[in-house]
Design a protein around this ligand. Structure first.
Ligand SMILES: *[C@@H]1O[C@H](CO)[C@@H](O)[C@H](O)[C@H]1NC(C)=O
Ligand SMILES: *[C@@H]1O[C@H](CO)[C@@H](O)[C@H](O)[C@H]1NC(C)=O
Ligand SMILES: *[C@@H]1O[C@H](CO)[C@@H](O)[C@H](O)[C@H]1NC(C)=O
Length: 282
């Protein structure tokens, strides 16, 4: 009756080994962060004694492996999501170094679904230049670039990818006022009518009206024109104050100096008269 206990022991060892595998932590808190189609996958916890490997699964595409045996907790998966209208999930495998050649599936965690076309955030447009000529405000901006390239090697902009789904809005308002107006374009410049001689402030934002979430992109920086500025605004109040102080000093000197000189002369004359009186009289 030897095989019995031996089998039992074997089974026990097998269970222990398997339990060892089960203990390998799998990724939690998996998040996709994506701006202008550059997409980073992040998760927790920091591994110790094992590695992570990321697998990108698409509905129609082959599984792509990224960041193989990494000890980081993030992975740039931009390359694997080139088919931007596809919906992807990521499997984050927890792998022991010794199991590299093992045929057994390592434990893994599954991310939420991610579709770059409908979920990547529209980044802030960069304002190239602007001018205000009379009652015309012109604003020219750059369409943000994506990490993806055309066959000729030049980077595709977000508009190259979104095409007519993407529009840009210019928000503009008279400096110091709160009444904001906006105008929409599908090109890369705006021309709006404004009150001439008044300063305007504005920013540009990309928008995808067909989206249910993340419709509005990041806002560009706010810029203001400076047509209506007087000399004081142009050169700053400090310069104005310095000029004023100098003027006051000059004027004061101009008034005070003759008075002082005159008083001295008078005093001299008075002394002379008194000296004469002293000599003549008493
Ligand atoms: C996951 O996120 C939650 C909330 O943000 C946090 O409390 C938790 O510690 C995270 N898990 C790990 C393993 O870091
Ligand atoms: C933008 O700059 C170019 C040259 O620097 C100039 O020719 C063009 O008129 C400018 N556009 C606007 C709207 O100011
Ligand atoms: C590359 O190709 C794209 C689209 O075919 C085109 O819009 C772009 O101007 C080209 N760039 C260069 C540098 O030839």
């Amino acid at each position: 009756m030897l095989p019995g206990p031996a089998l039992l022991l074997g089974a026990l060892l097998w269970r222990l080994a398997a339990a060892g595998d089960e203990e390998l932590p799998t990724a939690v808190n998996i998040t996709w962060s994506s701006i202008n189609f550059k997409t980073i996958l992040q998760w927790q916890p920091k591994p110790s004694g094992y590695f992570y490997t990321v697998e990108i699964h698409g509905r129609t595409s082959d599984v792509k492996r990224k960041c193989i045996l990494t000890s980081e907790t993030e992975c740039d998966v931009t390359d694997a999501l080139r088919n931007v209208k596809e919906t992807y999930t990521a499997h984050i495998l927890s792998v022991k170094p010794a199991e590299m050649d093992n045929f057994e599936e390592p434990p893994f965690a599954v991310s939420e679904k991610f579709t770059p076309y409908s979920q990547t955030v529209i980044g802030k447009p960069e304002i190239k230049n602007y001018s205000q000529d009379g009652s015309k405000l012109n604003v020219v901006f750059n369409d943000p670039l994506t990490p993806y390239v055309f066959p000729n090697g030049s980077f595709q902009s977000i508009q190259d990818i979104f095409q007519h789904d993407l529009e840009y809005k210019l928000y503009y308002w008279k400096d110091q006022s709160s009444g904001k107006k906006d105008i929409t374009t599908k090109s890369h410049n705006f021309e709006v009518s404004v009150d001439s001689g008044k300063n305007y402030c504005f920013y540009v934002q990309g928008i995808i009206p067909s989206r249910r979430e993340n419709r509005n992109g990041q806002e560009s920086m706010v810029l203001c024109t400076s047509v209506g500025r007087n000399i004081l605004d142009e050169y700053g109040t400090e310069v104005f104050i310095i000029l004023a102080v100098i003027a006051v000093v000059v004027i004061t000197l101009a008034i005070v100096l003759p008075v002082v000189l005159c008083k001295r002369k008078k005093a001299k004359r008075a002394r002379a008269v008194r000296e004469k009186e002293l000599l003549n009289g008493v």
